[in-house]
Design a protein around this ligand. Structure first.
Ligand code: DAS
Length: 438
């Protein structure tokens, strides 16, 4: 245990306590008053951090502290509740909301500045009471991470939690998730959840629920509405335009976060969204979606994790691909330029990779449109080298899919066949003209 934790335990200090510290500065004793902040987990733990009245944080060397006095204990924060269930209303559908973290599930505690998961049933009800009018909602916090920290092991955990909820009779599942890598998780669940018979909806927020411009309440309301719909697919529900008019339900394998901060950051790429969700209704935009049905939802979470994405760019050196092959990577998705191209100098490295049993898949960094390696000579050379062109798949979807495929087979023929099989709408038969930057 670090010095700061020992000190806090010895003096019964808790995060948010208002304290008065006397500390030596040379031979002068100085007094500081402020709120105890959570110790920064990556620091050596030699200092106690307090937030002064002016909002600034200061670190005080533990060894220099002469005296600490607790002036006021932090208001007891509601215990993080798991699965607090409000009284169920007959006739309403049952929806589980799985919390994984991210902005939607947090609020800034302005007293301490710390960000806390706000995920008890009461806090949800306070934040978004409408959802309890639409469904019997059971919130369950299964992890609390920023989605840039997501990893395949967590995708598996989420998949099993989703299947458990659906197979226990829930009518749909919502997953509150960070926005940064939501598309990756949506793709992973799309491949892992077999025989999906009910809606699975990922939802996030670009602004935390305690800010006036927050999108979290409307996103969550629309997500719960979509989770009670007839669409038995993995979807992402986020704002459809910057103002609070409607959300869009995007197919999980065709959605991408396309803006760092706009509330309508999420777009379907090479595809038409499944639905528009208004405050009071769902407007379906297509009829070729998977319908709600009966039957057990399975989880097939076999994944090969030694897979990487490599972006092609002028001057890219083939030694990067050599490095991956030498380090035992089993698959590489190349984000090629244009129709899926890499420089001619790069192609011998692709040949080597394929000869050593590494699956090399090609997507396009244009994102929109589809790869075609038959048009230019470099494309044709790539084909001859054994690269697998991935049609109109997003690079990140191809990355997740290649992990899942390699979790099932390492036979090159079978890998190619599975990569070009459409499992969850990740490949469309042709690119509709009206799907560009819509
Ligand atoms: N860091 C971002 C994430 O967790 C916050 C958010 O957008 O939800 O993806």
């Amino acid at each position: 245990m670090r010095k700061v934790e020992e000190f806090m335990r010895k003096h019964n200090l808790g995060v948010g306590d208002l304290v008065r510290i006397l500390k030596w500065e040379g031979n002068e004793l100085l007094a500081f008053e402020g709120l105890v902040m959570p110790p920064y987990e990556l620091s050596p733990g030699e200092t106690l951090t307090i937030k002064l009245d002016n909002g600034y944080n200061i670190g005080i060397l533990i060894d220099a502290i002469e005296k600490v006095e607790v002036l006021e204990k932090a208001a007891k924060r509601p215990r993080m509740a798991f699965q607090e269930v409000l009284p169920r209303k007959e006739g309403l559908p049952n929806v589980t909301i799985l919390g994984t973290g991210g902005t939607i599930a947090s609020r800034v505690d302005y007293k301490t500045g710390a960000v806390h998961p706000a995920f008890t049933a009461e806090e949800l009800a306070k934040a978004v009471p409408e959802i309890f009018e639409m469904a019997n909602v059971t919130p369950k916090l299964i992890m609390n991470i920023l989605s840039e920290d997501m990893k395949p092991a967590y995708w598996k955990r989420i998949a099993h939690e989703v299947a458990k909820a659906l197979n226990s009779g829930e009518d749909g599942v919502v997953i509150a998730h960070g926005t940064d890598t939501m598309g990756y998780t949506a793709s992973a669940l799309s491949f892992m959840l077999g025989n999906l018979t009910k809606p699975v909806v990922l939802v996030g927020a670009q602004r935390s629920s305690d800010r006036p411009s927050s999108d979290s309440a409307m996103n969550l309301t629309c997500a719960v509405r979509m989770a009670t719909s007839d669409v038995a697919e993995v979807m992402v529900v986020m704002h459809g335009e910057t103002s609070d008019t409607y959300c869009l339900a995007h197919r999980g394998t065709k959605v991408r976060k396309m803006h760092t901060s706009r509330r309508d950051a999420f777009r379907s790429i090479n595809d038409v969204p499944i639905a528009k969700i208004w405050k009071d209704r769902i407007e379906l935009l297509r009829d070729d979606y998977r319908r709600r049905g009966e039957g057990e939802v399975g989880v097939d979470d076999r994944m090969e994790e030694k897979v990487a994405i490599l972006k092609a760019y002028p001057g890219v050196s083939g030694e990067i691909l050599d490095f991956l092959v030498d380090r035992g990577y089993k698959g590489v998705v190349i984000e090629g330029t244009g129709l899926g191209h890499v420089s001619q100098d790069f192609i011998p490295h692709v040949e080597r990779a394929v000869q050593e049993g590494v699956a090399v898949c090609v997507t396009s960094q244009c994102l929109y449109g589809r790869v075609n390696l038959n048009v230019y000579s470099n494309g044709r050379k790539l084909l001859r080298a054994g690269a697998i062109p991935c049609e109109d798949m997003l690079p990140e979807t191809a990355y997740v899919k290649l992990m899942w495929v390699l979790g099932h087979t390492d036979d090159p023929e079978e890998v190619s066949k599975m990569m070009l099989t459409n499992y969850a709408g990740e490949i469309t038969p042709y690119t509709r003209f009206d799907t560009f930057l819509r």
